[in-house]
Design a protein around this ligand. Structure first.
Ligand code: FES
Length: 139
């Protein structure tokens, strides 16, 4: 996967910058997609990418809390969405990978079922809520 050139349609969010307004998201609704620089994430070690590469990420609202993850399935490094930003199941309870249907807990990122290795989880990204915004936590 070539991650060095970010697609133009999604914002690059650096540490300390706002990802989106909180009211952009509804509980169990469409995720807000963005890009992060590999060198700015703690979970980068072990990934097949360079520090200057960009990786897709998303933030969701679930039960009045916000969670951000790399958009990278723990089974194969594929994005979860079946349409951009759509990754919740019909009951808006779990995240589902569109490729082989791994199911994730939206709060912990843990893979609950599917072909992921035992104990696998999504890579959580630290966020901070400030005013009405959701920010990628500063380093
Ligand atoms: S790539 Fe997500 S379940 Fe296989």
């Amino acid at each position: 996967m070539n991650t060095s050139l970010p697609p133009s349609s999604e914002p690059i969010v650096r540490r300390g910058q706002m990802i989106c307004q909180q009211n952009t998201l509804i509980p169990g609704g469409r995720a807000f997609r963005f890009l992060v620089k590999c060198g700015e994430i703690e979970s980068f070690a072990g990934m097949n990418a360079d520090t200057d590469d960009y990786l897709p990420a998303f933030v969701i609202q679930y039960e009045n809390q916000y969670f951000a993850y790399l958009n990278r399935c723990a089974h194969v490094a594929m994005e979860l969405d079946w349409n951009p930003g759509e990754m919740f199941d019909e009951e808006q309870k779990y995240l589902i990978c569109a490729t082989h249907y791994a199911i994730y807990d939206p709060q912990s990122g843990k893979c609950l079922s599917g072909p992921c290795p035992k104990g696998a989880k999504l890579n959580a990204l630290p966020i901070v809520l400030k005013d009405d915004g959701i920010y990628f936590a500063p380093l």
